[in-house]
Design a binder for this molecule. Structure first.
Ligand code: ZN
Length: 280
């Protein structure tokens, strides 16, 4: 039976407690949410740090604090975001890598923001930015999870392979249903065609934003992929019903995976499958 790796994306850089008060923002809340997700079956936790006012921050001290608090509780694989938030520059977004996560997200291209208070600005991830992050990760043996929001971004994956900036197996996350201009909708047809562009020796994950989270992550399981759920991507359990906790979303994916005949990967299974070597 294939093992499904479930990633819990707890906080993100956009959601706020105003929209859902259950969103974990501070290190103690994030660590507790990570532990709860681990207990439900998540193998990886995807982290964004916030300052004391809830604003996205690249502060290494905050990331280190979150890591330490998670490690006190469990051995879940830690993945930091290098997407950070719209208020952070390139260097600030890369600060978290100094906290030595085992994995880090890497956005594979640019889009135009169409929502939130930074609507109308460009979410810039130029080829040189992507290579900058990839080098920083390679030096520290941190595997990138490459965030691909549309078909054209697979070209950047091939660029990193050609320049030997990433190692096999390549880990690619199809982020579907994002509201940004340029992002693909979360549909079955889009997942099928994205898959045809994957390089050899790659493992894919699927993130569905908002209402596409449940159908697209379920389809990913059936299509040979992994699953990312969490309040970064979706704050409603179903239409009109707010999510109570990140763990609630993980628990649903675990139930679905088991019903469909899959096993759930433990953190150590995920380390083996993704060939992670960085510090735990
Ligand atoms: Zn994120």
């Amino acid at each position: 039976m294939r093992k499904i790796i479930i990633t819990a994306a707890l906080t993100g850089g956009q959601q706020t407690k105003d929209r859902n008060p259950n969103l974990p923002e501070q290190p103690d809340e994030i660590a507790e949410a990570a532990h709860d997700c681990f207990n439900e079956g998540a193998a990886i936790v995807h982290l964004h740090a916030r300052d004391i006012n809830g604003v996205p921050t690249g502060d290494l001290a905050v990331y280190s604090d979150i890591h330490a608090r998670i490690r006190e509780r469990c051995n879940i694989v830690i993945q930091d975001s290098t997407g950070g938030g719209a208020n952070l520059n390139l260097e600030q977004k890369a600060e978290c890598l100094k906290a030595h996560p085992e994995l880090a997200s890497l956005n594979m291209g640019s889009m135009l923001r169409t929502i939130g208070k930074h609507s109308g600005s460009v979410f810039i991830n130029s080829q040189s930015d992507i290579e900058y992050f990839a080098r920083q990760m390679l030096e520290r043996d941190i595997k990138p999870e490459m965030e691909v929001y549309h078909h054209g971004m697979l070209k950047e994956v091939h660029n990193l392979i050609q320049k030997k900036l990433i190692k096999k197996p390549y880990y690619i996350n199809f982020v579907m249903g994002m509201a940004y201009q340029g992002a693909v909708d979360g549909t079955a047809d889009n997942l099928v065609t994205l898959k045809t562009l994957l390089p050899e020796d790659s493992i894919f994950n699927v993130t569905g934003i908002g209402a596409t989270q449940l159908p697209m992550t379920t389809l990913s399981m059936l299509s040979g992929g992994m699953v990312r759920v969490g309040m970064e991507d979706n704050i409603y359990y179903k239409k009109g019903v707010p999510v109570e906790s990140n763990a609630q979303l993980v628990a649903r994916s675990v139930r679905l995976a088991r019903e469909l005949g899959f096993e759930i990967a433990t953190p150590d299974d995920a380390r083996e499958i993704l060939e992670l070597h960085a510090n735990q």
